[in-house]
Design a protein around this ligand. Structure first.
Ligand SMILES: *[C@@H]1O[C@H](CO)[C@@H](O)[C@H](O)[C@H]1NC(C)=O
Ligand SMILES: *[C@@H]1O[C@H](CO)[C@@H](O)[C@H](O)[C@H]1NC(C)=O
Ligand SMILES: *[C@@H]1O[C@H](CO)[C@@H](O)[C@H](O)[C@H]1NC(C)=O
Ligand SMILES: *[C@@H]1O[C@H](CO)[C@@H](O)[C@H](O)[C@H]1NC(C)=O
Ligand SMILES: *[C@@H]1O[C@H](CO)[C@@H](O)[C@H](O)[C@H]1NC(C)=O
Ligand SMILES: *[C@@H]1O[C@H](CO)[C@@H](O)[C@H](O)[C@H]1NC(C)=O
Ligand SMILES: *[C@@H]1O[C@H](CO)[C@@H](O)[C@H](O)[C@H]1NC(C)=O
Ligand SMILES: *[C@@H]1O[C@H](CO)[C@@H](O)[C@H](O)[C@H]1NC(C)=O
Ligand SMILES: *[C@@H]1O[C@H](CO)[C@@H](O)[C@H](O)[C@H]1NC(C)=O
Ligand SMILES: *[C@@H]1O[C@H](CO)[C@@H](O)[C@H](O)[C@H]1NC(C)=O
Ligand SMILES: *[C@@H]1O[C@H](CO)[C@@H](O)[C@H](O)[C@H]1NC(C)=O
Ligand SMILES: *[C@@H]1O[C@H](CO)[C@@H](O)[C@H](O)[C@H]1NC(C)=O
Length: 409
């Protein structure tokens, strides 16, 4: 089946090798204990700023201040996913990597179309390392179901969706994937890493290996990320894309700014129609501050990221801290973070002020008491900010990740 598609694609684009991917919409039936927050959903850009002032005020934990209790949230939601296999593989029992994106992105973070997919994690992982991949839009974001942004779309409900996708891959019930996987690994970025961390904390045998990119357990610098994002209402910031404009309007706007070619293949679409309470950073200057290390990225890729960015819900922002619970997971763990990561290292992962701690991410080892030291690695990717995949040497990091999984799983 895959060989046939490979031939068709080779004829179409005249390229020798290319991964084979299927887009799918997968219903998941999930339930989680969500926080109930007793604040009004921000309705204006000034309300969004008030929210940021609340969250970044020193000496208080605003999640705790706003929390009035917990309630079970259940539902059937759609998850938009992309499943990819190598263009050619002689591996008889392949492993699938489940890729969870962070705040500000969707599943295309793992398969960036810019420069002919030169920054694509999925390309390297499928065609060079012969893994299958499943990337997906986190619940609430992009082409997955949206929801109420304060008390519904929260971290633990999203982790429940990740667990469900994983179970279906293992037991062969994933719609549209005609295969069972005896090995499933998980790779996250940022908030997606925090969710991956929580996944194996809740279900210690669900993953054969985890990779936490753009991550540490030090929360001292998350305020930089909040404040530096200058968060505003998504539907006011990019009304043509995050509001309810039509596809033809989006095409007109992209054309008007000569952006059509830049974002071709990025899956930009109409009708995302996010309600108030879905926030986004203001512009490319905030995007640079949050995700990029100056001098080591292509400015056109910053522009690409700005045009293709995705929002975050206030409920996600209030519940991300709660994911950092004790962890009984015992499988292989790689933490890989850019040397100059902002939210998890304050711009310098090596400045620990502690001669016995080589880097801030190295401290993650303490959260995994059951992982033997030869199965834990903290790697600092040089000359790189928080958005590892957006830097010139992204593929250097992809090799580190895949070599780790290849050696340990
Ligand atoms: C900010 O915090 C105050 C005090 O807790 C609260 O009354 C208000 O609703 C909060 N507003 C937002 C937008 O977070
Ligand atoms: C999921 O998507 C299908 C179409 O692909 C649609 O019919 C259905 O209503 C959606 N379900 C939810 C919960 O959004
Ligand atoms: C797959 O092909 C590579 C390269 O030809 C070879 O080294 C490897 O042993 C093969 N693996 C299997 C499982 O046949
Ligand atoms: C992709 O990267 C390779 C190696 O860095 C480079 O030689 C090539 O020109 C790049 N291709 C594009 C389309 O940017
Ligand atoms: C496979 O997993 C799904 C999702 O958890 C579950 O509903 C289903 O019962 C499982 N099927 C089998 C055969 O284990
Ligand atoms: C699923 O895989 C089996 C065994 O490889 C094959 O016989 C069957 O035709 C496949 N079904 C589909 C729908 O591709
Ligand atoms: C689009 O959103 C605006 C502002 O919320 C609303 O007034 C309008 O009715 C919406 N249009 C459609 C077609 O949903
Ligand atoms: C989202 O859905 C639209 C409409 O089906 C599609 O054109 C677009 O490629 C999708 N984008 C992503 C990132 O999945
Ligand atoms: C699959 O989704 C991607 C965006 O994620 C889009 O670029 C591509 O065109 C879609 N492929 C198909 C066959 O719809
Ligand atoms: C802040 O409060 C929330 C809700 O009570 C809690 O889950 C979280 O662990 C707290 N964060 C810190 C750093 O104490
Ligand atoms: C976070 O890192 C900074 C800088 O290395 C350090 O001063 C601080 O003590 C760390 N915080 C925690 C909770 O480890
Ligand atoms: C690129 O990344 C790899 C993997 O971390 C590293 O070994 C190499 O030194 C990096 N190259 C540059 C020029 O920084």
């Amino acid at each position: 089946m895959y060989a046939h598609k490979a031939l068709a694609l080779a004829i179409l684009v005249g390229s020798a090798v290319a991964k084979q991917c299927t887009n799918m919409t997968v219903p998941v039936d999930i339930s989680a204990r969500n926080g109930v927050f007793d604040i009004a959903i921000p309705q204006t850009n000034l309300d969004a700023t008030t929210f940021t002032q609340n969250v970044t005020r020193q000496g208080q934990n605003f999640s705790d201040v706003a929390l009035s209790g917990y309630a079970t949230t259940s539902g059937t939601y759609n998850i938009s996913a992309q499943f990819c296999v190598p263009s050619a593989s002689n591996v008889t029992n392949p492993t699938v990597q489940v890729l969870t994106h962070g705040v500000g992105f969707d599943k295309t973070y793992w398969d960036i179309s810019y420069n002919n997919f030169n920054y694509s994690y999925v390309d390297v992982t499928t065609d060079t390392y012969k893994y299958c991949t499943l990337s997906y839009d986190r619940l609430g974001i992009g082409n997955s179901s949206h929801g109420e942004p304060l008390n519904e779309i929260q971290a633990f409900l999203e982790v429940a969706a990740l667990a469900e996708l994983t179970t279906m891959l293992r037991n062969g019930t994933f719609p549209g994937i005609n295969q069972t996987f005896s090995k499933v690994t998980h790779v996250g970025h940022s908030f997606g890493s925090a969710q991956t961390y929580a996944l194996v904390s809740l279900y210690p045998t669900i993953s054969d290996g985890i990779v936490l990119t753009g991550f540490s357990t030090n929360s001292s610098f998350s305020g930089y990320f909040f404040a530096g994002g200058a968060f505003v209402q998504a539907n006011l910031n990019q009304p043509f894309r995050f509001g309810n404009a039509s596809t033809s309007t989006i095409e007109t706007v992209l054309d008007m700014y000569s952006l059509t070619d830049l974002v071709a293949g990025a899956g930009i679409s109409a009708g995302l129609d996010y309600p108030n309470g879905y926030l986004t950073n203001t512009d490319a200057t905030n995007n640079q501050y949050q995700f990029f290390f100056p001098g080591y990225f292509d400015p056109m890729l910053l522009l690409y990221s700005e045009v293709t960015k995705q929002p975050v819900t206030v409920g996600e922002l209030l519940t991300q801290g709660g994911l950092a619970m004790a962890n009984a997971y015992a499988g292989p763990v790689l933490v890989i973070t850019g040397s100059n990561d902002l939210p998890f290292c304050g711009g310098d992962c090596l400045a620990t002020g502690n001669a016995s701690l080589p880097s801030i991410p190295a401290a993650v080892a303490m959260n995994f008491p059951n992982v033997p030291s030869n199965n834990f690695e903290a790697y600092i990717q040089p000359n790189t900010g928080h958005g590892i995949n957006l830097h010139y040497n992204a593929t250097g990091a992809y090799d580190v990740i895949n070599n780790f999984l290849n050696a340990k799983v």
